[in-house]
Design a protein around this ligand. Structure first.
Ligand code: MLT
Length: 250
């Protein structure tokens, strides 16, 4: 089993992901939002590339009751019921309601993993559960960071590194690319507790995405997305939609 990391959604191509396990990460904020929506009773999320696709889908009978959520270039989308703040997806609003989600980088990254063996959704909120699931798999794995506008994002690299760290600690016989090994070393220095050199929250605030969210008055979103392992959930992207998959208890 070989673990590698792709740093941006632009690097995801059919050859890179074909038949492999894919772990898609967009810590600020798409995958944090997806995990939160599913944790709060949303049964299904359909990720789409853009708003036009979302409106087209909503016109189909099967999706007419689905809520529209997401953002474009950081802004809420006109005639969408919700934005891309994970905190909007708490409470009863999503209970038994499907969601069509469109975000600038995260849902594009997901879209590009359609040829993968299995694609799962990861953020700091559920990273340990994703590691537990991966430990039971034998096939090669690509950790796909969404990044930002085609560039690298530190917060996604941090989550990828945390995932690699759990894998290193808990299973022998996995080999890691140099990038994956580097991510684990970096992530090991960033922790809220247990003597991390840098705090997770402070680190996220200082990323480019963090600064953008701070400027928009969304520090609460950063604090929320910096929380680790609050949801023991495994969201799986299959046949165009994301649902929770049951995993055996730890
Ligand atoms: C994205 O998919 O690009 C992000 O989740 C953007 C955001 O913070 O809303």
């Amino acid at each position: 089993m070989y673990i590698d990391i792709l740093l941006t959604y632009k690097e995801i191509d059919p050859e890179a992901v074909m038949k492999k396990n894919c772990v898609v990460i967009d810590t600020l904020r798409a995958t944090s939002t997806i995990i939160t929506a599913l944790a709060n009773g949303c049964p299904e999320i359909v990720p789409v590339r853009n708003a036009a696709e979302a409106f087209r889908l909503k016109k189909c009978n099967a999706f007419k009751d689905y809520l529209l959520g997401g953002e474009e270039e950081g802004y809420n989308i006109e005639n969408f019921q919700m934005g891309n703040s994970p905190l909007e997806y708490t409470g009863d609003r999503l209970k038994n309601k499907g969601l069509i989600l469109c975000t600038t980088n995260g849902t594009k990254a997901l879209e590009k993993t359609k040829l993968a063996g299995t694609t799962v959704i990861c953020a700091l909120l559920n990273v340990k559960t994703v590691a537990r699931w991966l430990i039971t798999r034998l096939s090669d794995t690509v950790i796909c960071c969404a990044g930002t506008r085609g560039g690298y994002s530190m917060e996604d690299f941090l989550t990828a590194g945390r995932l690699v760290g759990y894998l290193k600690k808990n299973r022998n016989g996995i080999s890691f690319s140099d990038l994956a090994a580097t991510a684990a070393i970096v992530a090991d220095n960033i922790r809220e507790k247990r003597g991390g050199k840098y705090s997770t929250f402070e680190t996220l605030k200082n990323t480019e995405n963090g600064k953008r969210l701070l400027a928009a008055g969304l520090e609460v979103d950063i604090a929320y997305c910096a929380r680790e392992n609050i949801f023991p959930l495994l969201p799986v992207f299959e046949n165009g939609s994301i649902k929770l998959q049951k995993i055996p208890p730890a």
